[in-house]
Write a protein that binds this ligand. Structure first.
Ligand code: TYC
Length: 118
């Protein structure tokens, strides 16, 4: 084919679908099923080195807990080994885990934080 050949004209629209009797067939649109988003809990794990005050600060800053609730959650983690910081959609939970781990790294603390399906 030469360089300056005319471009192909666009395809004509497809003829309407016909049923066996020759009538038009209209595709019915199913109402979209909207599932609620899966929820994930962000869980913080105990360790022997991260200061209690740092954990309380993290719970206040990243999980919007007041001082009393943050202290209760921190003590639960300290005594039971783990505790739920909050429950969020997948993307939000993943972001919170990243932010907490980054803050722990910056502070030089071994604090661990994970997300799991709620
Ligand atoms: N166990 C830590 C200490 O005694 C405190 C701590 C609490 C650490 C909760 C991590 O997720 C944590 N300093």
């Amino acid at each position: 084919m030469s360089e300056d050949a005319a471009p192909k004209p666009p395809e004509p629209p497809a003829p309407p679908s016909r049923d066996e009797a020759g009538g038009s067939v209209v595709a019915e649109r199913k109402p979209a099923k909207v599932e609620p988003p899966g929820m994930y809990q962000v869980v913080m794990l105990n360790d022997d080195y991260t200061p209690m005050e740092f954990v309380v600060m993290v719970l206040q800053q990243y999980f919007k807990r007041d001082l009393e609730t943050a202290t209760q959650i921190m003590l639960k983690i300290h005594h039971e080994g783990r505790g739920v910081c909050g429950v969020y959609t997948k993307d939000v939970a993943a972001t919170k885990v990243e932010l907490v781990l980054a803050a722990a790294r910056r502070g030089g603390h071994p604090l661990q934080c994970i997300m799991e399906a709620a």
